[in-house]
Design a protein. Structure first.
Length: 352
C-alpha cells in the first residue's frame, strides 16, 4: 500500500498546492501553524484533522507547518463532535482492521469515550492514536472537520489494512506498592494516608540526596505509575501541583495502587527501539510506513536526545516512511481486553 503524505510549511501552501479532484485529506497540524478554518471552508478541500504540539516527518519534528495525508477511497473518516455523547454504531466499523484515533487530549470524557467506542469494534481490530492539544496545556478547539473545529471531540480514521503496534515507556520504578488513600477527580490528595505532595517531594529528595526548592522542576522526570491488575504500569503525567495535591492527566480511583517512577534517557530511547521492533516484527519488516505517537513530555525530558530517539526509530524500521505527532497521551489497545490512554510512552504503528 502506498502512502501519499507531504509536509507543508503553512496552511496557505497546502491549499495552493491541493488542486486534485480527489481532495479528501487528513491534516496533522503543528500548534504554531497559522490555522484558519475559514480558509479550508472556502476551498474545495474536504479536510479532517487535529492540532498537536509538534508533528513528525522522516524523523524530524516540527513546531510549525502540517502533514497532509491524502485519503484513499476505501478509508473512512468518522467525526464525533462531542465525545460525551457517542452517535455511531457497530455497522460503521464493519470490515475495519485498524482505527487511527485522535481525541481532545484535555477532555474529561476520554475514558468513558474509549470504553464505549471499544465495545463497538470487531474482535482483533487494532486501535492507535493520541490526544490532540497544545502546550502549555490549555483548553482549545483542536479537532476539526469540514463543518468546523471543536473541543471535546474525536476523529477516527478507519482502515482496511492492518497496523501492527508496539508500545513501551522505559520509566523505572522508584517506589511502588503505594495507595492513593484520598482522591478527588484527577487530584491525588493522599498517598498512604500522608499528604501526597509532601510524600512525593520527600521521595524525590531521598533519591537525589538534595533539598528541593521548586518541585515543578522535577514533575517531568518523576511521573506516577498506575499499577493494573496484571502488574502492567500505566504512566500518568503530573500536570501540576496545587493545594498539596498532585494533579494527574486523567481520573484515578481512590485506593488505586500506584508507584513513583523515575526517568533515564538511555532507558527511554531503548524502550522506543523495543516498541519499533515489536511493530515491524509483526509485519516481518514489510511495512510501507511507520506511525509514531510520542508523548510531548518525553521530548521535554529527553531534550537533545530526542533527535537520537527519532533517528533510532527510523533506522530500526528499515528507513521506511515515518510520520507522526507529539501527543497529550497515547491511545492503544493491547489485545482484546480494553482501550487505554497512556502517558509518557512511545507508540509505534507499522502499516503492513
Amino acid at each position: 500500500m502506498s502512502i501519499n503524505v507531504k509536509y507543508y510549511k503553512s496552511l496557505d501552501a497546502f491549499v495552493r498546492d491541493c488542486k486534485d479532484e480527489n481532495n479528501r485529506y487528513l491534516l496533522l497540524v503543528a500548534q504554531e501553524c497559522k490555522f484558519y478554518m475559514s480558509l479550508l471552508k472556502n476551498s474545495k478541500i474536504e479536510a479532517y484533522g487535529a492540532i498537536f504540539p509538534e508533528i513528525i516527518f522522516e524523523a524530524v519534528s516540527y513546531k510549525d507547518g502540517l502533514l497532509a495525508y491524502k485519503l484513499d477511497d476505501d478509508e473512512k473518516i468518522i467525526m464525533q463532535n462531542d465525545i460525551s455523547k457517542i452517535s455511531f454504531d457497530k455497522e460503521q466499523f464493519k470490515q475495519t482492521k485498524s482505527v487511527i484515533t485522535f481525541v481532545d487530549g484535555l477532555s474529561h470524557h476520554i475514558d468513558e469515550f474509549l470504553d464505549s467506542f471499544f465495545e463497538l469494534l470487531e474482535p482483533q481490530t487494532q486501535v492507535l492514536g493520541g490526544g490532540a492539544g497544545v502546550v502549555p496545556f490549555s483548553r482549545k478547539e483542536v479537532i476539526f472537520s469540514p463543518e468546523g473545529i471543536y473541543k471535546d471531540a474525536a476523529l477516527l480514521l478507519c482502515k482496511k489494512q492492518n497496523i501492527n503496534i508496539g508500545v513501551e515507556h522505559g520509566w523505572s520504578i522508584l517506589k511502588d506498592q503505594l495507595v492513593t488513600t484520598l482522591v478527588y477527580e484527577t487530584n491525588i490528595l493522599q498517598i498512604d494516608y500522608d499528604n501526597a505532595l509532601d510524600y512525593y517531594k520527600k521521595t524525590i529528595e531521598e533519591d537525589l540526596n538534595i533539598q528541593i526548592d521548586n518541585i515543578n522542576d522535577y514533575l517531568n522526570s518523576y511521573p506516577i505509575g498506575l499499577i493494573k491488575f496484571d502488574n502492567e504500569i500505566l504512566v500518568k503525567e503530573i500536570f501540576d501541583v496545587s493545594n498539596n495535591s498532585l494533579n494527574i492527566s486523567n481520573f484515578i480511583s481512590q485506593n488505586s495502587v500506584i508507584a513513583i517512577l523515575k526517568g533515564n534517557k538511555e532507558k527511554l530511547i531503548n524502550a522506543a527501539k523495543q516498541a519499533t521492533l515489536e511493530a515491524v516484527g509483526k509485519c516481518e519488516n514489510k511495512q510501507s510506513a511507520v506511525l509514531v505517537f510520542e508523548c510531548v513530555s518525553r521530548k521535554n525530558f529527553l531534550k537533545e536526545s530526542f533527535d537520537d530517539e527519532m533517528q533510532m526509530i527510523k533506522t530500526t524500521s528499515d528507513n521506511r516512511l515515518m510520520l507522526g505527532v507529539l501527543t497529550l497521551g497515547e491511545i492503544v489497545n493491547k489485545g482484546d481486553v480494553n482501550l487505554n490512554l497512556f502517558n509518557k510512552t512511545c507508540l509505534v504503528g507499522a502499516i503492513c
